[in-house]
Design a protein around this ligand. Structure first.
Ligand SMILES: *[C@@H]1O[C@H](CO)[C@@H](O)[C@H](O)[C@H]1NC(C)=O
Ligand SMILES: *[C@@H]1O[C@H](CO)[C@@H](O)[C@H](O)[C@H]1NC(C)=O
Ligand SMILES: *[C@@H]1O[C@H](CO)[C@@H](O)[C@H](O)[C@H]1NC(C)=O
Ligand SMILES: *[C@@H]1O[C@H](CO)[C@@H](O)[C@H](O)[C@H]1NC(C)=O
Ligand SMILES: *[C@@H]1O[C@H](CO)[C@@H](O)[C@H](O)[C@H]1NC(C)=O
Ligand SMILES: *[C@@H]1O[C@H](CO)[C@@H](O)[C@H](O)[C@H]1NC(C)=O
Length: 376
């Protein structure tokens, strides 16, 4: 089936060759707008094309200008001249070709796949062309906030098109000139998708909001000021959003950003509390607040409330500091060893402003061997 021959190409013997020549010489614009298609980065995407059915089908998918994506004639795929970047990633729906379906499946979409594609078809009944314009999108999935040494870092990865990150505070706060420099950085990886990071000083008595926007999607992470509680007491951690905007949502509460406490599905009104948290979780209020009781110092940490709607995700993180005056918790008394461990350093470190999160994490880790209250 070599189509490389030089001599025979102009003699009109095989329609496959002729159409190849037409393709090379004639990139014609047709009337009618391109069909816009948005493909998800690294996902599969179908490029639609239909034609009036007839025998001796010839199909050429070409990315403009002139990159061979996929060809079909003599009743089979003809991939000798396929461009390297499409190798092993394309397929026609071969059994549908006789019905006039020349749609192309493109697998594992890359940023380089963006652009204008031509679908050229020919049968004994004539030929047709149509155009598709592909946009690639890797939406913002997760906005992460971390805090260390009074610096907040907000980051998100794997985004396309180029994201934008903005900080706001509630109430609004004027940074003094020395503080005004928040550093942002955006980088693209070898696949052409973006990661974004920004840092700023933690303003302790304000709510810090980080918003990452890409295309029409936006995701927000909010870091609230800390809440103090004492062991054994009750606490309500708010998850404050303008709920009227959020028609349907799922709510997830997490501890230290990866341990799931509970999930609440708005559609079904079902709440699922993880076993380890059954003793602490009292309820979730209508506004999404998490009501906890019987807390011990190992419950000190970051509580995050994530609300996802079909379009956006909002994340609110709240520090819960369990202050150290170790009143009677109504739980089994701890051994001296446990008490020494958990009370270590807290007496002198018990300032109103404390709570370096690094220390909190350590503290939580150290106490992981402390059996939970329900494991009697
Ligand atoms: C062609 O077939 C594929 C696979 O069944 C289908 O997804 C697509 O909608 C069809 N395209 C057209 C234009 O009919
Ligand atoms: C998708 O393509 C990337 C390179 O662009 C590759 O690293 C990855 O393994 C591919 N994934 C699949 C499922 O083929
Ligand atoms: C950080 O991003 C914001 C918003 O995009 C921008 O206004 C500001 O100039 C950026 N700062 C730096 C240091 O790049
Ligand atoms: C926040 O704290 C700063 C000093 O840490 C103080 O000057 C400011 O008045 C406080 N703002 C509010 C709203 O409490
Ligand atoms: C909520 O979660 C369920 C399953 O966990 C999922 O099917 C549904 O699409 C989610 N709804 C939203 C709005 O994200
Ligand atoms: C308690 O604190 C002291 C210093 O403050 C330290 O040397 C010791 O290792 C700590 N003990 C534990 C169990 O963390």
């Amino acid at each position: 089936m070599g189509s490389q021959g030089t001599g025979g190409q102009v003699s009109i013997t095989t329609r496959g060759l002729v159409s190849m020549v037409i393709l090379l010489l004639h990139i014609r614009l047709t009337d009618g707008a391109d069909l816009p298609v948005t493909c998800g980065f690294s996902e599969d995407c179908v490029l639609r094309c239909s034609f009036q059915s007839g025998i001796e089908e010839i199909i050429h998918w070409v990315k403009l200008d002139n990159i061979r994506v996929h060809s079909y004639y003599y009743s089979k795929d003809q991939l000798e001249n396929q461009d390297q970047q499409y190798r092993q990633r394309t397929a026609l729906f071969n059994n549908q070709i006789p019905k006039g379906n020349a749609s192309l499946l493109l697998r594992n979409v890359t940023v380089q796949d963006q652009g204008r594609y031509k679908c050229y078809t020919s049968t004994i009944n004539g030929n047709q062309e149509s155009y598709i314009n592909i946009k690639v999108e890797a939406p913002v999935r997760l906005v992460n906030i971390q805090i260390s040494d009074d610096i907040i870092t907000c980051s998100s990865t794997g985004i396309y098109p180029k994201p934008k990150l903005t900080w706001t505070t509630d109430p609004p706060f004027d940074l003094s000139p020395g503080q005004a420099d928040s550093q942002n950085s955006t980088g693209t990886n070898e696949q052409g998708i973006y990661d974004i990071t920004s840092t700023k000083p933690f303003i302790r008595n304000q709510t810090n909001i980080c918003t990452v926007t890409s295309g029409t999607r936006e995701r927000t992470a909010t870091l609230k000021q800390q809440i103090n509680s004492s062991p054994g007491s009750e606490v309500s951690i708010p998850c404050s959003f303008p709920l009227s905007d959020l028609l349907t949502f799922n709510l997830t509460w997490r501890f230290n950003q990866d341990v799931i406490i509970l999930t609440y599905n708005m559609d079904t009104h079902q709440m699922q509390v993880e076993d380890h948290w059954k003793e602490q979780v009292q309820d979730v209020s209508e506004s999404g607040s998490l009501q906890l009781h019987r807390l011990t110092r190992k419950h000190q940490g970051i509580y995050s409330c994530e609300l996802s709607t079909t379009r956006d995700t909002h994340l609110v993180l709240t520090y819960l500091e369990i202050t150290s005056d170790d009143i009677n918790t109504g739980k089994k008394p701890r051994t001296k060893k446990e008490r020494d461990k958990s009370d270590n350093g807290t007496e002198e470190g018990k300032s109103e402003t404390a709570s370096n999160p690094g220390e909190e994490h350590e503290l939580v880790d150290r106490q992981n061997d402390d059996p939970s209250g329900d494991a009697e």
